[in-house]
Structures are given as structure tokens and as C-alpha cells.
Design a protein around this ligand. Sequence first.
Ligand code: FPP
Length: 228
Amino acid sequence: MDGNGRWAKKRFMPRVFGHKQGVDALVRTVKACADRGIEYLTVFAFSSENWKRPEDEVSGLMGLVLVAVSKYLTKLASEGVRIRIVGDRSAVSEKVRAAWNEAERATAHNHRITLSVAFNYGGRWDVVQACRRAIEAGLSAEQLDEARLGQFMALSHAPDPDLFIRTGGEVRISNFLLWQVAYSELYFTDCLWPEFGAAELDAALATFARRDRRFGGVKTEEAAGQAA
Ligand code: FPP
């Protein structure tokens, strides 16, 4: 969800104002995804590296979690959204942890769409924590394969993403779902996150629909032709 800071700067507003608008864009986008039958949406809200930002921005983002949960939890819960938080919760404050726990608890029964919020998350952190937990569970080197390790990843509740969208014009993954994006289609847009919504989602989906996905193999028709 990149571009909040630039969006705010263009309006001579503090960066945190951009993040606040970013929450509204997120709520809009969750609804747009659910309306289109998308069952899983994962968003990068705070990376393990975002602690390097100025203190007022970090505390602003943490405060925004509390505001967002109190403002939108009831609405999201009533719309069938299940919220899951992925990331290292040990480093966040007790208040933020409690808000996330409440968001998960209040939506645990929902099935329409699962919104995974990556918070204090990094793709490399996830691979390391999964390895650690696999070792703690007593798995031997021989027992460990991609499927087994996948069960220990923070996003084991969700299928690998079909489509990876980055807003804000940068063309990089920035330590997001490193393990899970192996065969995702990547889509980059200059749209700043606070301006993202149904129209931009539809543009991304239209591009996705034109992609030729082979997962390292050949096209289905070609494979059928070869078999005939
Ligand atoms: C990147 O834009 C965005 C973030 C680091 C934060 C994203 C967070 C939100 C949209 C709020 C979500 C909050 C909750 C409670 C889920 P940037 O600041 O790097 O923008 P810039 O590249 O224009 O500077």
C-alpha cells in the first residue's frame, strides 16, 4: 500500500494523514475484492524495516491501528471479513497487540473474505521463523520439504497469491511475501495508495486476466497437443 506519504505531501499535509486516508482505501478495497468473489487479500501495512521511520510517523501508524480497529471492525465483521494478522507481534505495544487480537477474535467466524494484515512483517523474517518453528517441532532435515515448511509460514492459512499489486510507482517487492510470490503475477501501478479503489482493482484484474500463466510448465493446450 505504497504512496501514502507522497499523497499527503502533495496536499501539504503530514505523512500520517496519508496513512489515515490509506485505511479508508483499504476498507474500500476489501469491499471491492469481496464483491468480486476474491476470497483472500493480504496487505503490507507495516514492515520490519518501517521502524526506521521518524518516531512521530511510527507512533502515528501505531495509533492508526487503534483508530482503524475501533472505527471499522464492526463494519468489516458484518460484511463477512475475517481478519488475520501476520508478523512479529512481540515487538508491538500491548495496546496494539490487544487491538489486533480483538480484530481476529471478532471476525474468526467469517468466511466471505480473509484479510491478512502484514504488520511488523518481513518476507525474510517469515522464512526464518518458519525454519525455527519447524526445528522446534522436531522435524528432521529429511522430513522438511516445501509443503512442510509452508505449514509453518505466517500465511499458511492462505493460498499463494495469484496477483501481487504494488501501488506508488516503485517496481520492487521490498521484502513482502518472498516465499509466496514464486508464481504470482506482478502488477505495478503509479496510483498512490490513498487513491486506490474499485476502478484500479478492476484495471489490475483485467491485466491479470490477459497473463499467460505456466507455472514453469507449458500452456494447457500445448500439453494437450503433445499428448495427442
Ligand atoms: C507506504 O507508503 C505505506 C506504509 C508504510 C503504511 C501503510 C499503512 C496503511 C495504509 C495504514 C494501514 C493501517 C492499518 C491499521 C491496517 P509510504 O509512506 O512509503 O508512501 P511514500 O512512498 O509516498 O512515502
